[in-house]
Design a protein around this ligand. Structure first.
Ligand code: FE2
Length: 306
């Protein structure tokens, strides 16, 4: 598939109450690398990512997500998407290069769901990153759970049908899977801009702009088991897993950072092509869709968001 336009999730800014405690979670346990810091912020990345950083932890009074930024193929895409977003009557803000270290300019707007979405075209590279000359399988030996890269997010918000229309018609995402209510209206959508089963999911949560989880890619089912060992060894707060999703087919564990933000480690999942038909779940089958082995949802998963 010839990918252009929006390529992938590139950067998320997560609010935490204690940056040092969060670094223990995201670096020591999850396996990311700290590439820098400034007043109240720390910048992290996975070793399989080229860009300067993919996670910004920012000290705040409440947890949650400030924004998710997607990488576009080239500079002209920023102007292209700005015009399309403005044509919807949605305001677009400009964020100057350097606001995040190593990052070029970004455009920023609020999706119908209530979440701040950003796009960027350029970021400097930083270490560790994949080797290019006679490359080893990793540039540094993995530690902790061995998270390779930022993978996707689930965002709980409002106006899911309008969000689906906005992401597919304006931003050129594809709908891979959805859950419909009894009337056939979508209440949860899994959207992809590449060949992953999803790059971002939106769920009707009744409140705009909430973060359900940020997900990081592990190698395989064995790595998910290793992550579970680490969760128990260090007595981390767990939501559910190890298990598997029916939706996306991913292998998964959900657990919480010290501020209460949910983290997912995710492996595998099917390959998506843009000619694939949409997979549809009805509301009664949601338990099996989310937790394929347990076939029922838990209260934490449905109700805890930041
Ligand atoms: Fe997820």
């Amino acid at each position: 598939m010839a990918m252009k336009g929006i390529l992938r999730p590139g950067l998320v800014q997560i609010r935490v109450m204690d940056v040092e405690a969060a670094l223990s979670h995201y670096v020591d346990r999850l396996g990311l690398y700290k590439v820098g810091s400034d007043a109240g912020r720390a910048f992290l990345k996975g070793a399989d990512e080229f860009e300067h950083h993919s996670v910004t932890l920012v000290e705040a009074d409440t947890p949650g997500m400030d924004f998710i930024a997607f990488k576009v193929m080239e500079e002209a895409d920023l102007d292209h998407f700005e015009a399309r977003v403005r044509a919807e009557g949605i305001a677009v803000a400009h964020i100057a290069a350097g606001e995040q270290p190593g990052y070029g300019r970004r455009i920023s707007f609020v999706a119908p769901s209530g979440h701040t979405i950003q796009l960027f075209a350029h970021a400097e590279q930083s270490e560790p990153k994949p080797d290019l000359a006679n490359p080893d399988i990793w540039p540094v030996e993995p530690h902790g759970m061995g998270a390779r890269r930022f993978d996707h997010m689930q965002l709980n918000g409002v106006r899911v049908p309008e969000t689906l229309d906005f992401f597919t018609r304006v931003l050129d995402f594809y709908l891979a899977e959805k859950v419909d209510d009894e009337s056939g209206a979508p209440i949860a959508i899994w959207l992809t801009c590449g060949m992953k089963a999803h790059d971002v999911a939106f769920v009707d949560g009744g409140v705009p702009g909430r973060m359900h989880h940020a997900a990081f890619e592990l190698a395989d089912w064995n790595a998910v088991g290793h992550a579970a060992d680490i969760i128990t060894k260090y007595n981390l707060s767990i939501d559910l897993g190890p298990t598997r999703h029916g939706i996306t087919r991913g292998r998964t564990i959900y657990f919480f950072d010290p501020s209460g933000n949910r983290t997912e480690v995710f492996a595998e999942g099917y390959t998506y092509y843009p000619d694939h038909p949409v997979r549809v779940w009805d509301k009664q089958s949601l338990g099996k869709g989310i937790f394929y082995y347990q076939r029922q949802l838990n209260d934490n998963f449905m109700n805890v968001v930041t």
